[in-house]
Write a protein that binds this ligand. Structure first.
Ligand code: RNT
Ligand code: ZN
Length: 412
């Protein structure tokens, strides 16, 4: 135990905060880490470039292009991250050992290697059907397409994924969160806003008609405000997705890049907690739009974490990261983002939350003063203690640079 930590523990004690309890809680909070930071959301199942209104910018050398490379990079990231982790896969990361199949015919066997990878490391797996970067996306539409062949293809994909999600849960012994997000929308003003949403609804109903174990698989539905090239209309809007999730008793997912820039997900969490057993988050950093910058230890990330912690909802919120930066070392991007989420959670756990709630009802002046004071409390020493107890290096930059020299620079 460092001197710095001992002093910090005393400081927090004066606020009535037990740092030991905070550290103990944090080590069991699972963060679901998105695999797609490692290869700029490309995957292995098609040669298509990234579509669906999302974009990775940058051309930093050394990106993973094979399952082996992605797994090796992910391992290095895991080694440099404290706490409990899960891996979040997209269907496009299927590994075909013999014949490749279409996304409508995906089977558990195409993810066998991922299951082996996860089991060897004691990780759970979350999953996402991939409704983008594929020739069957027609006129930017998938589950809402008016073309029955297209719509059916993607319904079959969703059904196939549900079975794979159950296989993940059964193999790893950890529940699998299966998140549905579609890019469907129009660049310009549509004449019919109802039709596409009605078809999306029907498609979701069809996918969910597959029998699955609700204690093992949590289906989530992610809304969006707009995508690049799809600025005028988004089928899976916030109202659609939240209403559908509530009507069908699935779990709503909020990605904090998917709202207008002055709308804050931190303010939405409490409302959703009042009406849902579980909720899910994609934590990202939107800069002026859904840019998916690397998550930082910033105000909104901290505010999101506070909402989870002070509402006693750590076991009701599925926390996942979702961003992609190709302009810097991808492993560093991965680690910085995930650690930032964990730092924000620790920061939240170190707030005298009951005392602050009390002040909100009794003395708003004191509330402001105390909230400001807590910002400069010796948080860093507690975070470093956490890293030490988890046997994880503080200086990941050094490790990442060494990996870059040895491994990434050798890649073509
Ligand atoms: C896109 C959504 C979605 C994707 C991933 C790759 O705007 O945020 O979650 O980022 O599925
Ligand atoms: Zn997302």
């Amino acid at each position: 135990m460092s001197k710095m930590y001992e002093l910090a523990r005393e400081v927090y004690r004066t606020y009535g905060v037990d740092t030991e309890k905070a550290l103990d809680t944090l080590k069991d909070v699972t963060i679901s880490i998105h695999c797609w930071q490692g290869d700029d959301v490309i995957g292995f199942d098609s040669r298509e470039s990234l579509s669906g209104g999302i974009q990775t910018t940058g051309n930093y050398p050394g990106k993973a292009t094979t399952p082996e490379e992605l797994m090796a990079d992910f391992d290095e990231v895991l080694r440099l991250l404290p706490g409990k982790k899960k891996i979040n896969l997209h269907a496009s990361y299927a590994i075909f050992e013999k014949r490749a199949v279409g996304r409508n015919h995906l089977k558990p066997e195409h993810f066998k290697k991922w299951v082996e990878f996860a089991k060897e490391r004691g990780l759970g797996i979350d999953f996402n059907p991939t409704f983008f970067s594929h020739p069957m996306v027609k006129d930017n539409l998938t589950l809402s397409s008016p073309d029955e062949e297209v719509r059916k293809y993607w319904v079959d994909h969703g059904k196939a994924c549900l079975k794979i999600a159950q296989y993940f849960a059964e193999e790893t012994g950890e529940p699998c969160v299966m998140n549905i997000w579609i890019p469907d929308g129009y660049k310009d003003i549509p004449a019919d806003r109802l039709g596409p949403r009605a078809r999306f609804k029907k498609s979701l109903d069809e996918i969910l008609s597959v029998r699955y174990d609700k204690s093992k698989v949590y289906v989530t539905l992610e809304s969006k405000v707009f995508g690049i090239g799809l600025e005028s209309y988004t089928v899976g809007s916030a109202e659609f997705c939240l209403s559908y999730a509530n009507a069908k008793h699935i779990t709503p997912l909020m990605d904090n890049g998917h709202y207008h820039p002055t709308e804050m997900v931190s303010d939405k969490i409490s409302s959703l907690l009042l009406f849902n057993d579980k909720i899910a988050l994609h934590i990202t950093r939107p800069v002026r739009w859904d840019s998916d910058h690397v998550v930082l230890f910033d105000d909104e990330t901290r505010e999101i974490a506070k909402e989870i912690v002070r509402n006693d909802a750590l076991d009701r919120v599925f926390i996942a990261t979702d961003y992609f930066d190709a302009s810097i070392n991808r492993l560093s991007a991965w680690i910085t983002g995930v650690r930032s989420v964990q730092e924000a959670l620790l920061f939240a756990l170190l707030q005298p939350n009951e005392e602050l709630k009390k002040l909100q009802n009794e003395d708003l002046t004191a509330l402001m003063v105390m909230q400001e004071e807590l910002k400069t409390a010796p948080f860093g020493a507690v975070w470093e203690e956490f890293l030490e107890r988890e046997h994880v290096e503080k200086n990941y930059l050094k490790a990442v640079k060494a990996y870059e020299e040895k491994i990434l620079k050798e890649r073509k």
